[in-house]
Design a protein around this ligand. Structure first.
Ligand SMILES: *Cc1c(COP(=O)(O)O)cnc(C)c1O
Length: 422
């Protein structure tokens, strides 16, 4: 199936007389005739449902669709994008370990890594997405367990050179984890370029209607953990909390990573997506391929308008001719990037705030990638915990306005921007 067909029909194939739409299994628990049957589920000897914190049929169908969209072997839903990135890293890195990350990432992820996970004893080295191979090389340590980056960074709109980062990760025997939230699998499939694990904040384009916060993790099944059994001991040696199951042996490379993340991290941290929200997420996925095309068309038209306007200081849009990341965007996302445009108005921070207050169609929101156009000033909101130095490393200037083109008519968005600039 091509990507559009998978968006509509992937993950769920009803049998004869079964519901056409994915049913919402709004049940915390599942019934068994004997304790012995249920016991097998607890030991991961049989597959089946017993408690929604571990698995739920609605969530599994939607996770399977996202896994199919990414071309992966297994997937899981989480309660948020934050939970997805936390689980994806914590599944292979723990106290005493180290991770190399692009510095150009979402502010919440930066905080998760640099503050909260650091408190858990995991060290992060942040490198510019534009770093040379030698600079990237120098970031690795003997205890490095993973490399992390965002396909298109939120909000800096830098484009990750996935092949460069994958090559370095693999040379050091660790996987590349890519947050593919902004591009979505419709525009970029990181596994095709060497990424091993993909994460999503499904809150953004996948949901697309500002309805539910959620996340997802997909495994490509390509990374061979068993080549480095000591580095990835959690996947390659027996888990005593499941009577000695070894994930790579029992579930193979296709299933080990996601099964471990579900069986250990979801069991213990419990960041589940509700089945109701998974149902809403699926409604969004059914039109993802149609919506992304419009988001990209609007993004390009708004970016072109801004680029040619004398009242605008600068504009960043990876799909724009002449943009710093245009070449990388063409390579990794030939059909379009996303609907988010970053720019600064002449007059700096104060002018930016005045401009935003004058917009009539675009609403000021801590949200992005929605059907309705929204806008944000990261330096005073999502990134306000960062120092000026950290802001610069994340590619966020104090005057940066993040403008997320929705699905409205581009001409109306441009007229709105024009009157606000005036
Ligand atoms: C929003 C976002 C996140 C965090 O996701 P939540 O669903 O808000 O927890 C992570 N990564 C990127 C790129 C995002 O845009």
């Amino acid at each position: 199936m091509r990507i559009g067909t998978t968006c509509v029909q992937g993950g769920y194939t009803p049998g004869n007389g079964e519901p056409r739409q994915i049913p919402i299994v709004q049940s915390t628990t599942f019934k068994y005739a004997t304790g012995a049957e249920m016991g097998k589920l607890f030991d991961l000897e049989a597959s089946g449902y017993f408690y929604t914190r571990l698995q739920n049929p609605t969530n599994d169908a939607v996770a399977a669709k996202i896994a199919a969209l990414e071309g992966g072997t297994a997937g899981m839903l989480t309660s948020s994008g934050q939970a997805a990135n936390f689980y994806a890293v914590f599944n292979i890195a723990s106290c005493g370990d180290h991770v190399v990350s692009s510095s150009s990432i979402y502010g919440g992820t930066y905080n998760l890594f640099a503050v909260t996970m650091k408190r858990m004893g995991i060290d992060f080295t942040f490198v510019s997405p534009d770093c040379t191979e030698a600079e990237l090389e120098a970031a690795f340590r003997p205890n490095t367990k993973a490399v992390f980056g965002e396909t298109i960074a939120n909000p800096a709109l830098t484009v990750l050179d996935i092949e460069k980062f994958a090559k370095a990760a693999h040379a050091h025997g660790v996987p590349l984890i890519v947050d593919n939230t902004f591009a979505t699998p419709v525009n970029c499939r990181p596994f095709a370029w060497g990424a091993d694990i993909v994460t999503h904040s499904t809150t953004k384009y996948m949901d697309g209607h500002g309805v539910g916060v959620g996340g997802a993790i997909v495994d490509s099944g390509n990374f061979d953990w068993t080549k480095y059994p000591e580095r990835f001991a959690g996947l390659c040696t027996p888990d005593e909390s499941y009577h000695g199951v070894t994930y790579t042996e029992r579930f193979g490379l296709a299933g080990a990573f996601i099964t471990k993340a579900t069986a250990q991290l979801m069991r213990d941290f419990g960041s589940i997506q509700s089945p109701q929200n998974a149902f809403y997420l699926n409604l969004g996925l059914e039109s993802l391929h149609v919506r992304m095309a419009r988001h990209c068309e609007n993004g390009l038209r708004v970016a072109q308008f801004l680029k040619n306007d004398a009242r605008v200081a600068w504009v960043t849009y990876p799909g724009l001719e002449g943009d710093r990341y245009c070449e990388l965007a063409r390579k990794y996302m030939p059909n379009g990037t996303c609907g988010v445009v970053s720019f600064g108005v002449k007059g700096g921070r104060a002018a930016a705030e005045r401009f935003m207050g004058r917009l009539k169609i675009a609403a000021i929101e801590t949200h992005v990638a929605d059907a309705r156009t929204c806008t944000l000033h990261p330096a005073s909101t999502t990134h306000r915990q960062m120092s000026d130095e950290e802001l610069a490393a994340a590619g966020v200037s104090p005057d940066l306005i993040r403008y997320s083109c929705g699905l409205e008519d581009a001409a109306d968005l441009i007229a709105d921007i024009d009157q606000a600039l005036s």
